[in-house]
Design a protein around this ligand. Structure first.
Ligand code: NAD
Length: 258
């Protein structure tokens, strides 16, 4: 047997959005630990500074960039910087996102709907648009976009969030089909309930709030950001080389059934 795949990103370049917190931070760290040079993108300067501190421990190259992923110009500039610094782009994790406060559709404002769609969905379109230009020139690359369990299952009180995440699954599949024969794979990841600052905000960070949300998880606990990072690295590596156009749930059984 030859070419048994390993998850080693030595000499490779990874681009991670939402890298200043939670799932994005854990994934930026995992890429660095696996040997990649990492562009870490976030809108929060403070969050990004915390991630850079963690990344510095791995001795790989780090490029932190403050960027609002809802702006095409800013996203393009971040990718131009990446090419200038590292010369290529092998793996992209388009993950920045925001939550929607639980609210029935009839009460949801137009502004809130537009805001969630811009950060969670339009950003994924913009990131892929400019990443694919680079990857098409290279003839290689792998992209993972963060959807959610809310991207495969409707949740009451989450119309804008579900719309954004179903949309992420849709654009990921379209991009996968358009580029499958060009050496580029595109997948979506659908995390269940993961213990991050986003979930702390959503539950009010109280014991009762946490217990309430853990009750939705057949596995009986929240997931850890590192458990999403591990799957993202697998999807971006040669070990996941035959996987494209997939929306992979990593959710403790949350969407398996009732
Ligand atoms: P988080 O709030 O801990 O981290 C999100 C990061 O995105 C933050 O650092 C934030 O500053 C950044 N961000 C927000 N808006 C941005 C913008 N316009 N430009 C650039 N960066 C921006 O949240 P998390 O739980 O790590 O979530 C990461 C992703 O995972 C999101 O897309 C979220 O919807 C998704 N998700 C989370 C869970 C969960 O249970 N935590 C479950 C399913 C999906």
């Amino acid at each position: 047997m030859t070419n048994i795949p390993t998850i080693d990103f030595t000499g490779k370049v990874a681009f991670v959005t939402g890298a200043g917190s939670g799932i994005g931070r854990a994934t930026a760290v995992a890429f660095a630990k696996a040997g990649a040079s990492v562009t870490a993108v976030d809108i929060s300067e403070k969050g990004l500074a915390g991630t850079v501190e963690l990344l510095e421990g791995f001795g790989t190259k780090i490029l932190p960039i403050i960027c609002d992923v809802t702006s095409g110009d800013s996203v393009k500039a971040a990718l131009d910087e990446t090419l200038k610094s590292f010369g290529r782009l092998d793996a992209a994790f388009n993950n920045a996102g925001i939550e929607q406060p639980a609210q029935p559709l009839v009460e949801l404002s137009e502004e809130l709907f537009d805001g969630v769609i811009a950060v969670n969905l339009k950003s994924v379109f913009l990131c892929m648009k400019y990443q694919l230009e680079i990857m098409l020139r290279q003839g290689s690359g792998a992209i993972v976009n963060t959807a959610s369990g809310a991207g495969v299952l409707a949740i009451r009180g989450q119309s804008s969030y579900c719309a954004s995440k179903f949309g992420v699954v849709a654009v990921s599949k379209v991009a996968a089909l358009e580029n499958a024969d060009k050496g580029i794979r595109v997948n979506a990841i659908c995390p269940g309930i993961i213990d991050t600052p986003m979930i702390a905000r959503y539950t009010g960070d109280t014991e009762a709030g946490r217990a309430n949300i853990i009750a939705q998880e057949p596995i009986g606990r929240m997931g850890r950001p590192e458990e999403i990072a591990g799957t993202v690295l697998w999807l971006c590596s040669d070990a996941g080389g035959f996987v494209t156009g997939h929306a992979m749930v990593v959710d403790g059984g949350q969407t398996a059934g009732i």
